[in-house]
Design a protein. Structure first.
Length: 417
């Protein structure tokens, strides 16, 4: 495969995918800053209702993963993401205009519905452009939009909430998605054969390489057969448990930090960004060596185990030493994010293209269910216990089980179960 193909794909497609997914994360993760910055008082939201609102996004996200992925796989990921950008940007901006908590319930759920197809559609999109030896890195650059966005969003949102209030934070952070939709439409193509910016020989070489890789994957007749696979079922459970830890952490970290004495919203924003610096570095490192060795398993379970140990250690430290506890939370955050690239490379390497899109959606939908449980239960435990120790144990246990399942189910050179 000509070297020029690799360069041009990385330069043209990866920044676009990264920025698009970044906008999705911007509009889902800033809720934690609004909750810590006065929204609860303004809309008379109780602690229990705040937990529900924080997690409702993931309930909508859970129900509509598979239909969106099937549309992306069989019709057009490009078109699906274009309309998703416009709709989620509008819903995010509408959040800043609300004065009724019941409408907020509807918007949080619908935001999850609209964003539900983005992750599987993006993974399907990248699998049509990048080969097996590149896929972990391509996936990582996509998912890197998560921690990198939360990093700068944490700082920006802290300043916006302090200077303009939580309403303007939602409005100003929702608008870019609508504008970006039109850039997305102009810059991407669904597959190499549609890309006018490649030469005919480049398109053919890339399509041939991707087709050759499909011939080495065990055939799977249909989605029912794929979904009944022991490997797919266990990966669904693994990802659900993993997501409990990730989104319990993402949604409530600002509140955990803000609860410390003399902690302003600006300082909360800066400190909330620190785990995502480590996360970005860990993701890039893990994906690079995973692609080098084509060993996915070794770059998933150890990080999840480190995350579990860090959460449990933070529980043992308790409130006696804020800074030690904070360092442990930074380690937990970085460790939880590191395996994303290798993990999603596994799925497209154990299943053929005709069913891998649906399997990605199924696994991601179970992850969304885990995210719902994590964000709701962590918020509930924080509110009812008046501290964070119980939620640390809950997240540690979930990550430990996720690491254990990875050890059991993932092979170094996987094939379909």
């Amino acid at each position: 495969m000509p070297e020029t193909i690799a360069r041009r794909r990385w330069v043209r497609l990866i920044p676009v995918a990264f920025f698009t997914y970044s906008l999705a994360y911007l509009d889902r993760a800033n809720f934690g800053f609004a909750a810590a910055g006065g929204m609860a008082e303004d809309l008379h939201i109780t602690a229990a209702m705040s937990s529900l609102l924080g997690s409702l996004f993931f309930l909508g996200y859970f129900f509509f993963q598979i239909p969106g992925a099937l549309y992306a796989a069989n019709k057009s990921a490009k078109r699906l993401i274009f309309w998703s950008l416009i709709l989620w940007g509008g819903l995010a901006m509408a959040t800043g205009l609300l004065h009724n908590v019941h409408l907020l319930i509807v918007i949080r759920f619908m935001l999850g519905v609209v964003e539900s197809a983005v992750m599987p559609a993006m993974l399907i999109f990248l699998s049509r452009w990048f080969t097996k030896s590149e896929r972990s890195r391509a996936n990582t650059f996509l998912i890197l939009g998560n921690p990198v966005t939360i990093l700068w969003m944490s700082i920006l949102s802290g300043y916006l909430v302090k200077s303009l209030g939580w309403r303007w934070m939602f409005i100003l952070e929702g608008l870019p998605a609508i504008i970006w939709a039109f850039f997305w439409w102009r810059l991407v193509s669904d597959s190499p054969k549609e890309a006018k910016w490649l030469t005919e020989s480049e398109r053919t070489a890339l399509e041939d390489k991707l087709q050759q890789e499909q011939q080495h994957i065990k055939p799977v007749r249909n989605y029912i057969e794929a979904f009944k696979s022991r490997t797919v079922i266990l990966l669904c459970l693994q990802y659900a448990l993993w997501s409990i830890g990730v989104y319990g952490f993402v949604m409530w970290l600002p509140s955990i930090i803000h609860a410390a004495s003399d902690m302003s919203m600006v300082k909360t924003g800066w400190l909330s960004s620190v785990p995502y610096v480590l996360a970005a570095l860990a993701m890039l490192t893990a994906s690079y060596f995973s692609d080098k060795t084509l060993n996915r398993k070794a770059f998933v379970w150890p990080f999840l185990l480190v995350g579990a140990i860090a959460f449990y250690s933070s529980y043992l430290v308790g409130t006696s030493n804020f800074w030690l506890s904070f360092v442990l939370l930074v380690i937990a955050g970085g460790a939880m994010y590191a395996p994303y690239g290798p993990f999603f490379a596994i799925i497209t390497e154990i299943l053929p293209r005709n069913v891998s899109g649906g399997a990605i959606a199924l696994i991601n939908s179970l992850g969304a269910l885990g995210s719902f449980v994590g964000s709701y239960v962590v918020g509930y435990l924080n509110g009812t216990t008046g501290g964070f120790g119980a939620s640390y144990i809950f997240m540690a246990g979930s990550l430990f089980l996720s690491a254990l399942i990875t050890l059991i189910v993932v092979k170094n050179k996987p094939d379909c179960a």
